[in-house]
Design a protein around this ligand. Structure first.
Ligand SMILES: [Zn+2]
Ligand SMILES: [Zn+2]
Ligand SMILES: [Zn+2]
Length: 171
């Protein structure tokens, strides 16, 4: 039920180069992956009368590939391909993608929010000692969500906040 997050706060940044890509079979998967991303993005944008631009596509790809990423980390990754993109564009694009329902954010620290792909919904467990983020299935908090809805008519957005504590290895 609990699986380790692809990326904790202490993880190294993007930019491992060709070696990294080879190790993760990145080159092999890239072609199919790009198609799927651009199809769903193009459809969502078209419904709003907006164009599919390279920048919008790059930001969405970066979010999906990084797993959990702050706007700064997304910026760094996009800049590997398009060096001219500034942080303001990243923020604006993330806002648009969130509006379109393609990405979502969570608050895993006191700093900037963390973004990930919208279809990847889960609850976050954050260790205060080491900063490691674990993912928990949404179903594991269903009893709480159901109780809140029944007793208070409250609709719990489980993906938005994180549950803070101390992980097994830090105790
Ligand atoms: Zn997450
Ligand atoms: Zn928020
Ligand atoms: Zn820990």
């Amino acid at each position: 039920m609990i699986n380790t997050a692809r990326r904790g706060r202490g993880a190294v940044g993007w930019g491992g180069g060709v070696g990294w890509r080879k190790r993760h079979g990145w080159e092999r998967r890239k072609a199919n992956y790009d198609r799927r991303v651009s199809d769903s993005l193009a459809r969502a944008l078209k419904e709003r009368g907006l164009r599919l631009t390279a920048q919008r596509q790059l930001v969405l790809e970066a979010v999906r590939e990084l797993g959990h990423a702050t706007p700064d980390e997304i910026h760094a990754k996009v800049q590997c391909i398009a060096s001219g993109v500034n942080i303001t564009t990243i923020y604006r694009t993330l806002e648009l993608l969130e509006d379109l329902g393609l990405v979502t954010h969570a608050h895993l620290s006191h700093g900037a929010p963390t973004f990930h792909a919208a279809e990847d919904r889960h609850v976050h467990l954050v260790c205060r000692a080491c900063g490691h983020v674990q993912e928990l299935s949404v179903e594991s908090v269903t009893p709480l969500a159901q109780q809140l809805r029944a007793e208070r008519g409250f609709n719990l957005d489980v993906g938005h906040v994180a549950l803070f504590g101390t992980c097994g290895s830090c105790q």
